[in-house]
Design a protein around this ligand. Structure first.
Ligand code: NAD
Length: 430
């Protein structure tokens, strides 16, 4: 198929590259010319495992091209994917301005029949809103079909998630368009849920809200474990083996971040509110998540007594491992707080430092490897669960770190093991 993907961010770029790899002819479009210039030269603007290689292969094979020219993209495709950002608006609602701009652009150059597929996470009803905009722009409804095809990939394993999905969801009231989009995925899965557009849009929000709920739930259990002396890791293991519960998203820690859960939970609360419903559980999930950052900081303060004049080594800046994405990362809450109380911070992240520098106060110092930030520090704070932190050498930590304590917001170590090296270990609910 001839596919255009509008928006070449974390989702759009992976979608474009994977569809090209599946044998389609794909054009990636973005308004950001710096991004497009990099992509034309085979350079990925984001860090994502395996992406650079897949990009190079498909550019070389001629299946994939990049442009800022939306006219060229629309004129040369039968399927137009929209993968632009839908960030959090002022009152928690999804901001649809990028999507509206993309639809306006498509409408200018629509001279043949196309299927417009929405991959961005959008409020329930957006597919119908897109149809309305196009009709208002005097586009003949016979010229387009609208399909919802939400994305479930995780940054850090996005290519794998795209190529081996648990399921694919497609929603439309146009049967033929629905089948064409479902066919795109037939080479990779048989688990294709074909549904109406409103349900497809809701599946995405409901899934993210449920996962966020699991995280806030286990975080509350961890806070109770701290009080009653149980170990949340043991508790999660015992719960997760029950197939009805499952072990994923049961890691207690500093709370969720990233570009999806924080904004999607708020957007679903807003969708419910506009529909006259108070989504009580989800309101609490969001509240608990915010509180969890403070619980981590309370542990730091509880150990250090005062933050003034203290020096902290921070391992991990990205919102999760294997990504350079800093959006809503716990480090953006924790580090500025420590600095505001007169502490010094020296941080290390394997990939996210360049992005972090744009967002964190300028007085944060950075190290070039995990060990060189430890020297003379009062404590090591763990904010991201990168593999190289999990595999760290406690002999080196014990030697370099002045204050022999690790305060672990991700529960990546065993307390027994760390304390065997003479280092105090403070986890979340351990
Ligand atoms: N990042 C994830 O893990 C993830 C997972 C599932 C779903 N989603 C959803 O996918 C959507 C995209 O997320 P993302 O993380 O890829 O965003 P992103 O910010 O990384 O990328 C969005 C891209 O769209 C471009 N853009 C904006 N307006 C444009 C226009 N009019 N024409 C062309 N390009 C335009 C931007 O320049 C940017 O490159 C969001 O709705 C998000 O909620 C994201």
């Amino acid at each position: 198929m001839k596919i255009s993907v509008i928006g070449t961010g974390y989702v759009g770029l992976v979608t474009a590259t994977c569809f090209a790899d599946l044998g389609n002819s794909v054009i990636g479009v973005d308004i950001d010319d710096k991004k497009i210039n990099k992509l034309k030269n085979g350079v990925s603007p984001i860090y994502e495992q395996g992406l650079t290689e897949l990009l190079a292969k498909n550019l070389r094979d001629g299946n994939l091209e990049f442009t800022t020219d939306i006219k060229y993209a629309v004129e040369n495709s039968n399927i137009v994917y929209i993968a632009v950002g839908t960030p959090q608006g002022e009152t928690g609602e999804a901001d649809l301005s990028y999507l509206e701009a993309a639809i306006a652009d498509i409408s200018k150059y629509l001279d043949h029949e196309v299927i417009i597929v929405n991959k961005s996470t959008v409020p329930v009803g957006t597919g119908n809103y897109v149809k309305k905009i196009l009709v208002e722009k005097s586009i003949d409804p016979k010229m387009f079909s609208v399909v919802s095809n939400p994305e479930f990939l995780k940054e850090g394993s996005a290519i794998n998630d795209f190529m081996y999905p648990d399921r694919v969801v497609v929603g439309s009231d146009k049967k033929e368009a629905l089948e064409i989009i479902a066919d795109l995925y037939r080479p990779i899965t048989t688990n294709i849920i074909k549904t109406d557009i409103l349900s497809a849009e809701m599946i995405k929000y409901a899934s993210n809200a449920f996962l966020a709920t699991k995280i806030s739930f286990i975080n509350e259990i961890s806070n109770i474990c701290d009080r009653v002396g149980a170990n949340v890791k043991e508790v999660a293991k015992g719960m997760g083996l029950d197939k009805r519960i499952g072990s994923k998203f049961l890691n207690a820690g500093i709370g969720y971040g990233g570009s999806c859960f924080p904004k999607d939970t708020l957007a679903l609360i807003d969708i419910a509110k506009k529909a006259g419903y108070d989504f009580q559980i989800l309101n609490k999930v969001v509240e608990v998540n915010k509180k969890q950052r403070n619980i981590f900081l309370e542990k730091v303060i509880g150990h250090c007594k005062t933050l003034e004049g203290k020096k902290f080594a921070v391992w991990g800046l990205a919102f999760k491992d294997n990504t350079d994405d800093m959006r809503e990362s716990p480090s953006l809450d924790v580090i500025p707080y420590l600095l505001s109380k007169g502490a010094e911070v020296i941080a290390y992240d394997p990939i996210a430092v360049d992005n972090a520098k744009k967002l964190l106060p300028s007085n944060v110092k950075y190290g070039s490897n995990r060990y060189d930030v430890l020297n003379n520090c009062d404590a090591l704070l763990i904010l991201t669960d990168w593999k190289e932190f999990i595999e760290a050498d406690f002999n080196v930590i014990g030697k370099e770190l002045k204050g022999k304590v690790i305060i672990d917001g991700r529960n990546i170590y065993s307390k027994e093991k760390v304390e065997g090296f003479g280092i105090k270990y403070i986890g979340m609910g351990i």
